[in-house]
Design a protein around this ligand. Structure first.
Ligand SMILES: Nc1nc2c(ncn2[C@@H]2O[C@H](COP(=O)(O)OP(=O)(O)OP(=O)(O)O)[C@@H](O)[C@H]2O)c(=O)[nH]1
Ligand SMILES: [Mg+2]
Ligand SMILES: [Zn+2]
Length: 319
């Protein structure tokens, strides 16, 4: 058993001997699942986490008739760092400070099994500077899933079209491919022998690309406007577990999208890492944010549960 924060071996609940993190008893008794969300600055990591967890709680209640229980100080931190912004009056989430990432943890039941989820958010700024010797990022070698966000608003072609439509653009920051390679190198340096890890290559802010089917641009209209495409559907809230058929279909469509996004080397980096990987598309907000934050326009997420459902299904099968 390893600590969710520093990956040192732990044999009992309570303060970890390596880092002092309070390891909850659930971590030792339940099916462990851990996810690290990575990506460059403003890739959409924190908003994705905030919306994913909120919707996961609703999904558990509606589809599994169970509850998402925050552990340690997670409830307070989640409220302060995510929910107060996304569903309150605080305006947009500020950039995550480059501190040592502290996992958020929850416990819940799915399919009659208890799960304990550990989820790590970190600053894009830290990932952009990451080197394999940084022990604060050892968790990258211990997590079950690395969910790496790729931001379509970094693509100059997409930015140019979006700028024309008048939607506010976040500052262009960080190179997604470089960050992905740094994350995967750090992962390899801290890998725990025998641990199965998967990589979720996840296009964030997918509403931006879906919006291109309505613009005056033939190339994008033909790519994004195909009726019946998996990219146009969102069954993630309906199915109880991962749906492999839907996932494969979506992966195929996204595979043909990556070169168009100018990101063909993203898959090469994934292959180089030797990790099994899947492609996902998510939109946490479902639409571009307004200048004054989120609350006025409302949040209607798209496929935000897909990576997590793959992870939980994988762990349920392994357990
Ligand atoms: N259109 C659209 N924009 C989004 C979405 N999610 C995030 N954004 C935009 O991206 C900006 C950054 O989002 P964050 O979640 O704070 O990004 P981050 O990756 O956590 O950034 P750091 O903490 O600095 O590393 C937001 O202020 C939004 O403008 C989305 O689903 N759709
Ligand atoms: Mg953040
Ligand atoms: Zn520790």
């Amino acid at each position: 058993m390893t600590c969710p924060k520093c990956t040192k071996t732990v044999s009992a609940a309570g303060a970890c001997g390596g880092c002092g993190f309070e390891v909850p008893p659930h971590w030792l008794t339940d099916v462990q699942c851990s996810m690290a969300v990575t990506g460059a600055r403003s890739a959409g990591k924190s908003i994705f986490i905030g919306v994913m967890i909120r919707h996961f709680g609703q999904f558990l209640a509606d589809r599994h008739h169970t509850f998402l229980t925050p552990l340690n100080d997670t409830e307070d931190r989640f409220l302060r760092t995510y929910e107060n912004y996304l569903y309150g009056e605080e305006g947009i989430i500020p950039p995550t400070p480059p501190d040592v990432p502290e996992p958020l943890m929850w416990s819940f039941t799915m399919g009659g099994r208890r799960f304990c989820l550990s989820l790590a958010d970190a600053a894009g700024e830290s990932f952009e500077r990451l080197t394999p010797d940084q022990n604060a990022f050892a968790y990258l070698g211990g997590v079950d899933m690395i969910c790496s966000l790729i931001d379509p608003l970094k693509v100059s072609d997409v930015r140019a079209i979006v700028r024309d439509t008048g939607i506010p653009l976040p500052a262009e920051a960080g190179n997604d491919l470089q960050v992905l390679r740094r994350v995967l190198q750090a992962r390899a340096a801290h890998a725990i022998p025998g641990r199965v890890q998967v990589l979720a290559l996840t296009i964030s802010k997918f509403d931006v690309l879906q919006g291109l089917k309505n613009v005056d641009n033939d190339r994008w209209v033909s790519i994004m406007g195909r009726p019946g495409a998996a990219m146009q559907r969102d069954p993630s809230y309906v199915t109880q577990w991962d749906d492999p058929q839907d996932r494969l279909l979506l992966s195929q469509e996204l595979r043909s999208l990556l070169p168009v996004l100018g990101a063909p080397l993203i898959e090469a980096a994934a292959t180089e890492s030797g990790l099994p990987y899947y492609l996902y598309a998510v939109s946490a907000l479902g639409r571009p944010p307004g200048n004054d934050g989120f609350s006025t326009s409302g949040i209607s997420p798209y496929r935000v549960l897909d990576p997590l459902k793959t992870l939980l299904t994988m762990k349920a099968v392994q357990a």
